[in-house]
Design a protein around this ligand. Structure first.
Ligand code: ADP
Length: 932
């Protein structure tokens, strides 16, 4: 390290201490002496002394004046004492020594002084330099400080500017009007654009408060507030105005709600330097609030009138709040609900409680619920409630509140129930009427059909039945027409109505009548339709049978007309010859041959007429069920013989060949022999009539396994196939054969069929066609057992009275012609005859005349025939008299009645004279019931 004063100063900042300085002077002096001692001989005395200058200089340089002088002194003395001879003594000093010493001292002193002076000058220079340096540093510090202050000021100014810009931006963009005014003048220094918009007029930055009196006028509670009373004026006077809502008169004449706040601005000393007003447009808010209030009122009103209750359940605290309406819905007075969950649960109908509680519990998870349940009011009545609720959760998902509404739907439920009942009734009625109902949603292509509707299509009530199924089931012959009709009615917006056939799943065909009405959307497309279906099958069948019946009736009517014409014709036919005969008799009554011939003619014609009338009466009686059969086991051979006998004259008159084939063994049937013979003779007569003269007729009697069969065949005109099924119908006469009818009325076969059926049999007509002959087959149930002995003997076997017995006869009839003609005939036979024309004279005549036989008409004036008979029968004297009833009625009950009145015999008018003759010729005891 370089030893310098600066370095020393550094080592000793406050300068070396005195000891150090003097110590260095002594040490350095001793050092120089020690160095010079070994060199004493080599060095001259002067040089040695010169060497001692070094410690002097060092001590002076280091220690200053004192140490330098000390070193000079010590070095001079040391040199004199030690080095200059004699050594180590001051005694032998010579002048040179003194001179040298003195010089040395002087030199040392001067050197020390010089060094000291230099050192002091240097120290002073250094101090000055240090001072300058200090000043420079201070100056520089001042400059730096000022620079810092300038930068700080500039920063503050910039910051201020930024703040101001920010404030301006805020003021300009704040969604409120801002006014800044100076105090105390009231000069407005800043207004933002919102302010102009809110107050509805442009603003001028005015010099004082008076100048904005006009536009700062506003109303509070309809009282105008002027300039000095304004919020701004008050803030300038130091008042803080917080949030006043005022109805402001805008420049455009509109009154709008604003909220005004204001505060004074004070300087650091608290002096008011200005005021700021903040105006917020709350018109929309206020109006919304007003609307909300009105809405709330309306809602309350609506809730009241709609009986809509609201409730809130605080799930955390368990508190339940009900509106008055909700309480009313539960039948409670206002404030009657105790406000907890359990209280609610108790009011719910016990049957609905589980499901109600479950709905609420589920809502705590799902967030909402919508349910219906019954509540029991304190008066015991049951009411229905529909309720909807929403649950609100906190951020952690815990349910906080459940808010909901209740509506009383009791009426709706009752109406629904009634509707359901009436629908059920309707459904039953529809079902009973087989009237199905259906609904088709065109959009969803969805068909909803009632059970009856499905039944109309042969489907079960639970079957899935679509519109496509329906269309598919329509009979292929009808389907296209039905679809076209549907499209057509949609196009014309007409109601739909149609009838068509459908094929049921079991293959049967049914008729359906369908009607529907559609509802159309705005685009003209059908939305849905409601319709009814009806199974028309029975109706159609009835219609068909009615049609057939009408057809048959028409045919019957036509036949009846034909019949009447035929009848008139057939009745008139005998009249012409009869009239002729009467004339002949009046002209040639004296000629016995003519009379005999005429009588024959008249008899034939009358027989023909009687036959016609008999047939007619027979048919009518059978039709009315007035004929009863006298059934007994009878051999077919007997019946055949009787029938052949009856028909023989006609067969022979046409020269037909009749072949009768009978079975080997008797075939017996349970039958009325006379009626069965009538059947057969009718068939034989027809065969004779409808066969060319000289034809062949066969009558065959056979026995089948269980039945007896009678066939009447001919080779005559035959019957066309289409006429065959009708030949048994009343008044039926085959067109082609009417010319051969020979007096027929078209009722013979009707009579035949009915008689056969009354015997439990069947008749059938067969023919290979026109000109190919006919065959009539009669099948009767055959008897398996041999006939009893009580089989009647043929009529010819019965005993007959020899002719010739003359009787006393009384004829009673109000028809004088009838009575007298009969009397004439009987007198011609030789009988004694008397006449009476009413009941009373009949009785008198009976007593006077005492007849053997009395022919008594039943329908008499004064007293009817029954009464006359009864009275006569009561008289023993009259018991032997034979009483014969004459009447138009010949049924069994008629005969029964006459028998009960006391008649022995019953004759049906017109009375067959042969029967009368037979009767009079037989003995009175044979006038038994069997001959009736
Ligand atoms: P009618 O009095 O006209 O004979 P019927 O009832 O006895 O009436 O017969 C009905 C019709 O049946 C006759 O008019 C005739 O056309 C037809 N008919 C009946 N029997 C025969 C037959 N054997 N051959 C052909 N046609 C017959």
């Amino acid at each position: 390290m370089r030893l310098s004063y600066d370095n020393l100063l550094q080592i000793f900042p406050s300068g070396p201490s005195r000891t150090a300085r003097y110590g260095l002077a002594i040490v350095s002096s001793w050092g120089a002496l020690i160095v010079c001692l070994p060199l004493e001989r080599a060095l001259s005395e002067n040089l040695a002394l010169t060497l001692f200058i070094i410690p002097v200089a060092v001590s002076a340089w280091y220690g200053g004046l004192g140490p330098g002088l000390l070193a000079t002194l010590l070095c001079g003395l040391a040199n004199q004492y030690i080095l200059t001879g004699p050594n180590f003594a001051f005694t032998d000093f010579d002048m040179a020594d003194w001179k040298r010493l003195t010089l040395f001292l002087i030199t040392g002193g001067i050197l020390t002084w010089l060094i000291e002076t230099t050192r002091i000058a240097r120290q002073r220079g250094e101090a000055r330099a240090r001072e300058d340096e200090q000043k420079r540093i201070e100056f520089e510090a001042q400059i730096a400080e000022r620079e810092r202050a300038r930068v700080e000021r500039e920063r503050l100014i910039a910051e201020l500017e930024t703040e101001r810009a920010r404030l301006k931006a805020i003021v300009e963009h704040i969604p409120a009007g801002v006014i800044l005014a100076e105090a105390p003048s009231g000069r407005i220094v800043m207004v933002n654009p919102q302010m102009e918009r809110i107050i509805g007029r442009p603003m001028v930055l005015s010099p004082d408060i008076e100048s904005y009196r006009e536009w700062l006028t506003y109303e509070v509670n309809e009282r105008p507030v002027e300039g000095r009373e304004s919020v701004l004026a008050r803030t300038l006077q130091g008042e803080v105005v917080a949030s006043r809502e005022i109805l402001f008169h805008r420049g455009d004449g509109v009154k709008a709600w604003v909220r005004v706040s204001g505060a004074p601005i004070r300087d650091a000393g608290g002096k008011i330097v200005g005021g700021v007003d903040l105006i917020t447009d709350i018109d929309a808010e206020m109006r919304a609030c007003e609307a909300l209030r009105v809405n709330q009122e309306r809602l309350n009103l609506a809730q009241k009138s709609a009986r809509l209750g609201s409730f809130e359940w605080n799930i955390q605290t368990g508190e339940v709040i009900w509106s008055e309406e909700t309480e009313a819905l539960y039948g409670l007075p206002p404030g009657g609900f105790s406000g907890d969950y359990e209280a609610w649960a108790k009011l719910v109908h016990p049957e609905d409680r589980p499901h109600a509680e479950q709905a609420v519990r589920r809502a705590l998870v799902d967030g909402e619920y919508n349910a219906e349940w019954r509540v029991i009011w304190p008066d015991g009545s049951i009411h229905w409630i529909i309720t909807r609720g929403k649950v609100f959760f906190d951020d952690a998902g815990r349910p906080l509140r459940l808010i909901g509404v209740d509506i009383d739907i009791t009426e709706r439920k009752r109406a629904k129930e009634k509707l359901r009942e009436s629908e059920q009734r309707l459904e039953i009625a529809l079902e009973a009427a087989k009237l199905g109902s259906c609904h088709l949603d065109f959009g969803a292509n969805e068909l909803t059909s009632s059970a009856a509707c499905k039944a109309n299509f042969g489907r079960g009530p639970d079957d899935h039945f679509t519109y496509e199924d329906l269309i598919e089931m329509i009979h292929p012959d009808d389907r296209e027409r039905v679809l076209e009709h549907i499209q057509q009615t949609i196009k014309n917006r007409e109601g739909y109505q149609d009838e068509y056939r459908v094929i049921w799943p079991d293959g049967s065909i049914h008729w359906i009548a369908a009607r529907s009405r559609r509802v159309y959307g705005a685009d003209g497309q059908p939305l849905y339709c409601d319709g009814v279906t009806l199974d028309l099958t029975e109706h159609k069948q009835m219609e068909e049978s009615l049609r057939r019946q009408t057809e048959a009736l028409r045919e019957a009517d036509r036949r009846k007309d034909d019949f009447l014409a035929t009848l008139a014709h057939e009745l008139r036919n005998p009249l012409a010859p009869l009239r002729n005969a009467v004339q002949i008799l009046s002209l040639r009554g004296d000629d016995p041959a003519v009379v005999a011939q005429t009588n024959e003619l008249m008899d034939r014609q009358i027989q023909q007429m009687v036959r016609l009338v008999d047939d007619l009466l027979e048919v009518s009686r059978i039709g009315q069920g007035k004929i009863s059969l006298q059934k007994a086991p009878v051999d077919l051979a007997e019946v055949v013989a009787t029938a052949v006998e009856t028909s023989r004259p006609l067969i022979e008159s046409h020269r037909h060949k009749l072949t009768v084939l009978l079975p080997d063994r008797p075939v017996r049937v349970e039958a009325d022999a006379a009626r069965l013979a009538q059947v057969l003779s009718n068939l034989l007569n027809n065969a004779a009539k409808y066969t060319e003269d000289g034809g062949c007729i066969e009558l065959i009697a056979q026995r089948g396994p269980k039945e007896a069969v009678l066939r009447v065949r001919d080779n005559g005109v035959g019957i066309a196939p289409e006429e065959l099924p009708q030949v048994f119908d009343m008044f039926m006469q085959v067109e082609s054969s009417t010319d051969r009818s020979q007096g027929g009325l078209g009722i013979g076969l009707t009579l035949v069929r009915r008689l056969v059926e009354m015997h439990g049999g069947k008749i059938e007509a067969r023919s290979a066609g026109l000109g190919k002959g006919s065959e009539f087959l009669v099948r009767l149930p055959a008897l398996t057992e041999p006939a009893s002995e009580s089989v009647r003997k043929p009529a010819e076997d019965s005993p007959t009275q020899a002719p010739g017995s003359l009787r006393r006869v009384l004829i009673v009839d109000d028809n004088a012609d009838s009575a007298e003609s009969m009397a004439l005939l009987l007198r011609l036979d030789g009988h004694e005859v008397r006449l009476a024309y009413d009941g009373q004279s009949a009785l008198e005549e009976a007593h006077a005349f005492r007849p053997d036989v009395m022919f008594l008409d039943l329908n008499l004036p004064k007293m009817d025939g029954y009464e006359v008979a009864r009275r006569l029968r009561r008289e023993p004297a009259m018991r032997d008299m034979t009483l014969v009833a004459m009447t138009g009625y010949g049924q069994e009950e008629d005969r029964q009645r006459t028998q009960e009145a006391g008649f022995q015999l019953h004759l049906v008018k017109p009375v067959d004279f042969t029967k009368v003759e037979e009767l009079l010729s037989s003995p009175p005891e044979s006038h038994s019931r069997s001959k009736r």
